[in-house]
Design a protein around this ligand. Structure first.
Ligand SMILES: O=C(O)CCC(=O)C(=O)O
Length: 381
């Protein structure tokens, strides 16, 4: 089953900032995903990595979460990579954002039955940790059971996508809480609820104000969200939002500890590993999660990762340290490349170095071929 949008739907998204679809995937796929989600949430997959946390409430593993979220669940259930939802979502994202749209990150949110907390009103763009660049972003939100006003379907303020970014703060004014809440002026009575059947979709632009009410029903509300963005462009005027400065959540601390495990040796080994194209590909999505919406990493880490995501990789020795700085490449990675290149040059049979008497071979041992020749001469036999 493939899904594409009509011109009217595209125009409506641009006008209102959101769009409602009755189906984006099949009932069978929704059943399969529900099983995966229930397992991931029961295991609190990604807790140590800082990928799993309570958006709205408790900080500790031994407290019952009221709005648990798993960032990038595909890291813990690779089978999520093989869904019609993903295929259809990318097609739709490219229709709405243009052909450069790419998957940006994904998340899974669970509103427990009876006590699942409300999702505070916010604009996704307010979560952006990557100043200096700009891009269009949207989210495709799919419920894995019916989504109703009573269990916390999405609600949108129509047209807010065309307005400014309003002031936000950490939920309840507590910078250790992951969620942000909008404290700017807007008309809550204009909110439009988006009830959906399982496997339907609510699509919203990153500027659109949205929230969801608490879950007061007997069934948990699960949602699978894929976020996409257009190719980033430099935007030096884009600064860090003040409500993100100094925001350090327990999830960010766990992520930092995970990143530093094994001490300097572990860090270096992982950095070297990141040079392999395979690992680089695998890391791309998880890094995107770090810099994306609700990715609760402190600015210092995220700025480094943002540069990695948005700029081409540094893999040639021609990047001077000045240029590296300009491109915001993290120095250690570049140092390793430079060291490798220096090593390769030193041991290359063709490497030459100027001396006081002109050019001469640098290597002390003769090249392999001349050693073979020497062994083959009768004098040596
Ligand atoms: O599922 C929810 O309650 C909130 C989802 C959300 O805020 C989003 O996808 O941007």
């Amino acid at each position: 089953m493939t899904t594409t949008l009509s011109n009217e739907q595209i125009a409506s998204f641009r006008e209102l900032g959101y769009l409602q679809l009755d189906a984006i995937t099949s009932a069978e796929e929704v059943d399969r995903l529900r099983g995966i989600f229930d397992r991931l949430f029961a295991e609190r997959a990604g807790w140590e990595k800082g990928r799993s946390f309570d958006l709205a409430g408790s900080y500790n593993a031994d407290m019952t979460p009221v709005l648990p979220q798993i960032l990038n669940p595909i890291e813990f259930a690779p089978e999520l990579g093989d869904t019609q939802f993903r295929v259809n979502a990318l097609t739709i994202a490219r229709q709405l954002l243009g052909p450069t749209a790419e998957p940006w990150f994904e998340h899974a949110i669970f509103k427990p039955a009876h006590y699942g907390a409300p999702t505070p009103w916010h604009q996704d763009e307010a979560h952006r940790y990557d100043p200096g660049v700009d891009y269009e972003q949207l989210s495709i939100w799919m419920p894995l059971q019916p989504a109703t006003v009573e269990n916390g379907c999405m609600q949108y303020i129509p047209g807010s996508n065309r307005g400014p970014i309003l002031e936000h703060r950490s939920l309840g004014g507590d910078p250790r809480k992951s969620a942000l809440e909008c404290i700017g002026e807007f008309d809550r009575s204009a909110a439009e609820p988006c009830p959906l059947p399982p496997g339907g979709a609510a699509i919203h632009h990153c500027r659109t104000l949205h929230g969801a009410s608490a879950n007061t029903t007997d069934i948990p509300r699960r949602a699978y969200i894929l976020a996409f963005r257009s190719a980033p462009v430099p935007a030096p005027a884009r600064e860090m939002f003040p409500w993100l400065v100094g925001k350090i959540t327990p999830a960010a601390e766990r992520a930092e500890a995970w990143k530093n495990r094994g001490g300097p040796l572990g860090r270096s080994a992982r950095r070297i590993g990141e040079f392999t194209p395979q690992l680089r590909r695998e890391n791309k999505t998880s890094r995107a999660a770090d810099v994306g919406e609700l990715g609760a990493l402190p600015h210092s880490i995220v700025a480094e990762r943002a540069s990695w995501v948005t700029l081409p990789p540094c893999n040639t020795p021609s990047h001077s340290s000045k240029r590296r700085k300009a491109l915001r490449f993290p120095a250690p990675r570049c140092r390793v490349v430079t060291h490798r290149v220096r090593h390769a040059r030193k041991h290359s049979p063709t490497s030459a170095k100027p001396s006081r008497f002109g050019w001469k071979w640098r290597r002390k041992t003769p090249p392999v071929n001349s050693r073979r020749k020497a062994r083959a001469t009768p004098a040596n036999s």
